[in-house]
Design a protein around this ligand. Structure first.
Ligand SMILES: [Cu+2]
Length: 713
């Protein structure tokens, strides 16, 4: 038997308030998902039109060696109000990205789309403009738990008395209280109320330099007028990476900003950008900042696509919004669709839990009296779905083909999109995170009308409404309102999170010249070189020693020894601050075996690469044996073993996982194998994209090539 300390099994603790158990032991939904004071059932559905984000205006172009020029953007993150809920419900205060020169007129959450061209680098000056009208720093919209390994701009000391950013503060001798009860810093501590650390990562940027990747410890505060001089204005890696930007691109460091240059060397694909600050990504992203970054080839397309009927050029549905479009826009047949989950209060404000009690009813004691953080929740499921920033919108479509680039931008939620209630719709998946698939996958023919998307995954879909009768039809979500494990589960509440978007189908107004997806011949994708080494890593969930069935942290680790041998491989926990263990040589191709020892599926994302999904295989989990050999080199516990049963065999990737990906679902009690080539030297990360997990601390550094002697230790 496994002890709770070693391998976690979710037992439904997250859903005690939601489900009752029948006599036969089956769970049945009894209530909607808890959330803010706004009852999601009271929100009128499909009242607002879907916002199709226009293209982000450039600040200019810059001559650049080798390339024709660089597309240059200045993008500020600001706080503003947005009508996320349908009127007359009140607007919501959110954060979002927008052009720095336009106030907040062009700000939105998610933001306007960056349109990029392969081979033409994009340079962005990202500005932390979370300040009020007088330039004073704004506090976070949401409760920041100060007990995680997080940005920590106050440099609160750790348990060794060491004062630094990017560490886990020690609150010995103090007790957690909500901010409105906080009055005595010698005996109490509370949520962080100071200026907000941010750093932007372009998710899916392959071959990006470390100086531009948005390293999680390279956050920065706004250049506010009232900054406390005791605060660090940037994270541990901020100055070093800003120095590299200066060297490589000639852009001098400037407080409150981050300059990134994306080479756009990867295949045409659907990328997105979002915040990545250490230990607070879940909160920063929930507040709104995210946007699409669409990379196209030099002709505005996706590489050489042919029509099998003629052998000539094939065409995908379009156009998408362009920078040159008139302000009122045009008819668009290529539309990005970001699906996110949020809960609201009746005043329109975003709801996010301000206490761990919300998650599983545990009432403490909290750190430092136990191992439980007072505010962090192990997962979060919003009780509404927003699409491109609006709750349950509608989209008027014609009886023709559309291209939808769908992003799961949720916190913890795995989506299982279901087209099954749209009569005679024909759906094909043509791409994923890494660009077009080698061949189109027939979703309505071969995949039971369903598309599975873990957090941060993308699906490029051609949806053909040609034969759909005029009328209003709903795209459903039948994924779970709780952690996804890949097996049987209760689908999302059909009244709320079970609905995504309504299509209002009308007659075609223009001829459809796009190639029917069954006739598409998509570009070949060269296979990666054979791997030079196999690296074994682990996904781990640590349970609290203080409370029953209460997850305390999500973690990564390493596996030592070959799990295919009878003795199995030993699993060791690695925390964020532990020495780097994932250290590929520059240019090396590696096969990573990701051993999931937890009870849930985790969407695993690796920065800087586009990988191949190779296979998955069941594993057996075991308790640590008597032999602790090998433990000396790993400071933390040997928490268990993983073994590949001799009678099991690997299975290949799912149809939508062909080609290249940057995020992959690792199922419980399985090893997931991915192959990737690390082309660019520097410091990056790999992590779970369940944002609550990533923050505490299911994330580890990657060091590609030799570390620079000048880089932070
Ligand atoms: Cu996870």
């Amino acid at each position: 038997m496994l002890t709770r300390r070693t391998f976690l099994k979710y037992t439904g603790a997250t859903t005690l308030t939601l489900f009752a158990t029948t006599a036969a032991g089956q769970r049945i939904a009894v209530a909607s998902i808890p959330g803010g004071s706004l009852d999601p059932a009271s929100v009128e559905k499909f009242a607002s039109p879907l916002l199709i984000p226009p293209a982000m205006p450039r600040a200019g172009t810059i001559p650049w060696r080798g390339a024709r020029s660089v597309d240059y953007y200045e993008i500020a993150m600001r706080q503003f109000e947005q009508q996320a809920l349908p009127p007359p419900l009140p607007p919501t205060t959110v954060w979002g990205y927008g052009p720095a020169g336009s106030g907040t007129a062009l700000h939105h959450a998610p933001s306007l789309t960056i349109e990029a061209t392969a081979g033409v680098p994009v340079r962005v000056r990202w500005i932390n403009d979370l300040v009020d009208a007088d330039g004073r720093a704004l506090p976070h919209l949401l409760p920041v738990d100060p007990t995680l390994h997080w940005a920590n701009p106050q440099r609160l000391p750790d348990r060794h008395g060491h004062r630094s950013t990017d560490q886990k503060p020690d609150f010995t001798g103090r007790v957690f209280v909500p901010s409105d009860q906080y009055h005595d810093p010698t005996t109490q501590y509370t949520t962080y109320q100071g200026p907000v650390p941010i750093v932007t990562h372009l998710h899916g940027a392959d071959g990006v330099g470390q100086e531009s990747d948005g390293y999680t410890e390279a956050w920065y505060l706004p250049a506010a007028t009232d900054l406390d001089p005791d605060l660090a204005t940037g994270g541990r890696w901020y100055a070093y990476l800003a120095g590299l930007v200066h060297q490589r691109f000639g852009v001098a460091p400037e407080p409150g900003t981050q300059t990134s240059q994306y080479p756009n060397d990867n295949r045409p694909s659907t990328l997105w950008f979002h915040d990545h600050a250490l230990g607070m990504t879940r909160l920063n992203v929930y507040a709104g900042p995210a946007g699409f970054f669409l990379l196209r080839d030099g002709s505005g397309g996706d590489g050489p696509i042919r029509d099998a009927r003629t052998g000539g050029r094939g065409t995908l549905p379009g156009p998408a919004p362009r920078r040159t479009d008139p302000p009122q826009g045009r008819p668009y047949y290529e539309i990005p669709i970001a699906i996110q989950d949020r809960s609201f209060n009746s005043d329109g404000s975003l709801f996010y839990p301000d206490s761990r009690t919300f998650f599983d009813g545990v009432t403490g004691p909290w750190l430092p009296e136990s191992d439980l953080s007072p505010v962090w929740n192990p997962e979060f499921f919003g009780n509404t779905l927003i699409v491109n920033g609006r709750v349950w919108p509608h989209l008027a479509v014609e009886q023709r083909r559309y291209r939808f680039r769908v992003l799961n931008g949720c916190q913890s939620r795995v989506l299982l999109l279901d087209f099954g209630s749209i009569p005679d719709v024909d759906v094909w998946q043509i791409g994923n995170e890494g660009g077009l698939l080698p061949e189109a996958v027939h979703v309505t023919g071969d995949l039971s009308d369903r598309v599975l998307l873990g957090p941060a995954e993308r699906a490029d879909l051609v949806v053909d409404f040609t034969d759909v009768p005029p009328g209003a039809w709903v795209l459903h979500n039948v994924g779970p309102d709780e952690p996804f494990g890949g097996g049987e589960f209760e689908p999302a509440d059909p009244q709320t999170t079970g609905q995504v978007l309504q299509f209002r189908v009308g007659r075609a107004r223009t001829p459809d010249r796009s190639t029917p997806p069954q006739h598409l011949v998509l570009p070949e994708i060269p296979a990666l070189p054979a791997e030079e080494r196999v690296r074994r890593v682990a996904l781990i969930e640590a349970m609290s020693m203080a409370a029953e069935e209460a997850p305390a942290r999500a973690l990564l680790g390493v596996v030592v020894g070959d799990p295919a041998r009878p003795a199995g491989g030993k699993v060791f926990v690695k925390e964020w601050h532990d020495e780097v263990t994932e250290d590929p040589d520059r240019g090396a191709t590696e096969l990573w075996e990701i051993y999931n020892t937890t009870g849930d599926a985790h969407p695993i994302h690796v920065h800087e690469v586009a990988f191949e999904v190779v296979s998955r295989q069941p594993i057996l989990l075991g308790e640590p044996g008597e032999d602790h050999g090998g433990a000396e080199e790993h400071e933390l516990e040997h928490i268990g073993t993983v073994t590949i049963p001799p009678d099991s065999s690997p299975r290949g990737p799912e149809p939508g996982e062909a080609g290249r990906k940057d995020t992959v679902i690792a199922y419980p009690e399985e090893v997931t194998r991915i192959r990737m080539q690390f082309d660019t030297a520097g410091r990056y990360v790999w992590h779970c994209h369940i944002l609550e997990h990533e923050d505490h601390e299911m994330m580890r550094p990657i060091q590609v090539g030799q570390p620079d002697p000048d880089q932070p230790s």
